[in-house]
Design a protein around this ligand. Sequence first.
Ligand SMILES: Nc1ncnc2c1ncn2[C@@H]1O[C@H](COP(=O)(O)OP(=O)(O)OP(=O)(O)O)[C@@H](O)[C@H]1O
Ligand SMILES: [Mg+2]
Length: 235
Amino acid sequence: MAGHLDIRDLHVRFGKATILQGVSLSVQDKPLSVVGRNGMGKTTMCLALMGMVPATGSARLDGQEVLGLGTGRVARQGIALVPQGRRMFPSLSVHEHLLLVAQRGSPPWTIERVYDTFPRLAERRKNGGNQLSGGEQQMLAISRALLMNPRLVIMDEPSEGLAPVIVDHLIDVLRTIAAEGMGLLLIEQNLRVATSVADQVSVMVTGKIAATVGAAELASDRDMQNRYLGVSHGH
Ligand SMILES: Nc1ncnc2c1ncn2[C@@H]1O[C@H](COP(=O)(O)OP(=O)(O)OP(=O)(O)O)[C@@H](O)[C@H]1O
Ligand SMILES: [Mg+2]
């Protein structure tokens, strides 16, 4: 199996502040979700893995060190990031966004499959990035990552701001991706998404992994949710 990621003792410092204080995580054959409250360091971890902020420690993709490589080389090694908050080019159409990253005809993800999976994007293929709803932008951001056919995809809060029916579709897509063998590291604050997609959920608290628990256990244990996330979720 490909797309295994082993993160060991990842540290990130901004000036005097240590934002990541020795994160260790492992994504093997199944997806892993990472949850945690605002400002705990989830996005910083994603950026560090992609070589977008300086970090120390180790991150091995299928045994090969990727930490310290430039972002382009990390991508070529097979890691794609769906960044938090989408970021489209307002002047490019949906189709142009997809063409920018599509490696022509290379399976499993092609532009045809993207349009098949997200019919809304097909309908809006000529629309500019600034004319899309939040949900459509998120589908486009996910599509761009999938079209790179990475060994591992990192998604930073993909369900943020999405309507519930779109979240249901997202869960289906993420399960399909994982079942096809793509590695998946899923950052989420939505517990339903985190626990529906992955069997294991790691909890980040102030730049460290405080615990890794079974998804079913976390989904049913309000005390644990309050302890780690500080909020009580409706379902
Ligand atoms: N460029 C930066 N310079 C200094 N501090 C930063 C920088 N970027 C992030 N931080 C700080 O790092 C900490 C972690 O932020 P990060 O964005 O990684 O959290 P997060 O877990 O992704 O939060 P959220 O759930 O809100 O997305 C925060 O305290 C934030 O203020
Ligand atoms: Mg974040």
